[in-house]
Design a binder for this molecule. Structure first.
Ligand code: NAD
Length: 265
């Protein structure tokens, strides 16, 4: 997209954390903002924070796993602001450690929110974006855990890998249209999820996490830049994650080279 001012953004999981950071950045850029979240009370707090930036805010209680709930929201967005231009499928939850220690209910719940939710968002809003034909953009929040498999993150990490793959196929589908796609891959962002994590680890690790954490509004600025530049992968830091990305890429190439040495090709 070349211009955001006067356009409309719909951000899920926007009652706090990264979603609210995105919404604030978009609001400051002159966009109409729709914040959607399952948490009613927290959403009201977020709404009043956004009203300090702009009058053009609509707060909707939405469960992204429920297609009826998203459909209702889409109707309200259209009645209030008209066409939608930016969809941020950002709502997500954690869950799962080692694979054998993760129960069925956790796999289902995590995939429902982290994968089905964005799929529902795309199914609802993409036909509308293609139909109105104005420049638009979809941002799916994955994670750096969907780029490189570190630690023990069974359901969560797998759902985020699925979201990176989904976004790559969506990008292919939308090549040559007016709808751009980005996949947001944060490593550690300063949000309630991370604040809770810090309470469960020892002081040294908590300090390490704090050192890596990026503010949510910095992520907002990074996403806005990516929308304007039509950048596909959006990373939030280039220091702590660079080595992990290099290792993954070199391991992939090394495997191929071992199996198909260059001289044989
Ligand atoms: N914080 C990080 O370090 C980090 C790192 C990588 C990826 N992420 C991803 O970023 C996204 C936002 O995370 P955050 O850190 O801001 O967490 P957060 O918990 O502050 O925000 C997530 C929001 O999603 C909402 N939500 C959950 N299920 C929902 C549903 N079914 N329908 C609507 N809303 C729902 C929650 O109520 C919450 O407000 C998530 O997808 C998360 O996986 C976060």
């Amino acid at each position: 997209m070349k211009k955001l001012e006067g356009k409309t953004a719909f951000v899920t999981g926007a009652a706090g954390g990264i979603g609210l950071g995105l919404a604030k950045t978009f609001a400051r850029a002159g966009m109409n903002i729709v914040i959607a979240d399952i948490q009613d009370k927290q959403l009201k707090v977020a709404e009043s924070e956004l009203q300090e930036i702009t009058d053009n805010v609509l707060a909707l209680v939405v469960d992204t796993t429920d297609t009826g709930s998203i459909e209702n929201a889409a109707e309200k967005v259209e009645n209030t602001f008209g066409n939608l231009h930016v969809l941020c499928n950002n709502a997500g939850i954690g869950g799962g450690g080692k694979i054998l220690e993760t129960d069925q209910e956790t796999w289902d719940r995590v995939f429902n929110v982290n994968f089905r939710g964005p799929l529902n968002g795309v199914n609802q809003f993409l036909p509308h974006m293609l139909e109105h034909g104005e420049e638009s953009h979809i941002v799916n929040t994955a994670s750096f855990s969907g780029i490189e498999g570190h630690g023990h993150q069974s359901a969560y990490g797998s759902s985020k890998f699925a979201m990176v793959g989904f976004s790559e196929f969506l990008r292919n589908d939308l090549a040559g249209t007016n709808v751009g796609v980005s996949v947001l891959c944060p490593h550690v962002v300063d949000t309630p999820i991370i604040a809770n994590l810090k309470k469960r680890v020892d002081e040294k690790i908590a300090a390490m996490i704090s050192d890596m954490a990026v503010p949510a509004e910095t992520v907002g600025a990074q996403v806005m830049k990516a929308i304007l530049a039509n950048e596909f992968y959006v990373f939030c830091d280039g220091t702590h994650t660079r080595k992990m990305l290099e290792n993954r890429c070199s391991n992939l190439i090394a495997s191929m080279d071992r199996q198909f040495p260059q001289d044989d090709r």
